[in-house]
Design a protein around this ligand. Structure first.
Ligand code: NI
Length: 227
């Protein structure tokens, strides 16, 4: 499922992130890429343990924590620490698939990359190019979102970032291991949850159909979740 998640960060948080990113020690993006992806990757990245990255990781994780739609859509079991990248001067990331498993620093475990996430930190009018192009069953999806918004998409997707020909594109990116491994099952739960919310708002929380369907949602989640 490809989904646009709006307003993960507030305008004040985006401003704070930009100040930190402007002064940060950018390095070569290939340090965290697998062998094949390293050949395709031409961008800059913040070292994972630098002060700016650590500070901004907290900011992003807090934004995710308070976002109900993000939770319903991803049902996270584990979120990899967000990383930060920058593209400018024609930099790009050619077509690739993300590695299936991400090994966390200092032996802190592993994350299976069920879901890929890109949180945009630059405004679209401040750079040309830089679209995230995701190959989908319905054809290539070109994604370029307002600062503070995020796209989530299946980790199995072939994707690329188009060359940035003016300005700079900054973003946070990370992966999620979901409690529900199957994209199809997650999609069913997400749809059911959305319809249930709608039903609740029209007939009320205590209506027997709402109580029953909420039970069905949780019983499906119990069947499918690995917690
Ligand atoms: Ni990627």
């Amino acid at each position: 499922m490809l989904l646009h998640v709006r307003a993960v960060l507030s305008p004040a948080e985006i401003a704070q992130a930009r100040v930190a990113l402007a002064a940060a020690p950018w390095g070569d993006g290939r340090v965290t890429a697998g062998e094949q992806a390293a050949l395709a990757k031409h961008n800059q990245q913040l070292p994972e343990s630098c002060e700016a990255a650590v500070q901004l990781q907290q900011l992003v994780l807090q934004g995710l924590e308070r976002h109900a739609l993000f939770f319903c859509a991803t049902l996270p079991k584990q979120i990899s620490p967000p990383l930060f990248n920058r593209y400018g001067g024609g930099e790009r990331f050619d077509s690739h698939v993300d590695s299936a498993v991400r090994y966390l620093r200092n032996g802190a475990g592993r994350v299976r990359t069920d879901i890929s996430c890109t949180l945009f930190l630059a405004d679209p009018q401040d750079y040309d190019g830089g679209e995230l192009v995701i190959e989908d069953v319905s054809g290539p999806q070109r994604v370029k979102l307002p600062a503070g918004d995020m796209v989530i998409y299946p980790g199995t997707s072939v994707h690329r970032v188009e060359p940035v020909t003016r300005g700079a594109r900054t973003a946070a990116f990370f992966w999620i291991q979901s409690m529900v491994r199957s994209d199809e099952q997650r999609r069913l739960l997400f749809d059911m949850d959305a319809h249930l919310r709608q039903l609740r708002s029209t007939v009320g929380e205590t209506d027997p159909s709402v109580v029953g369907l909420t039970g069905t949602y949780h019983n499906l989640l119990r069947q499918w979740a690995d917690v």
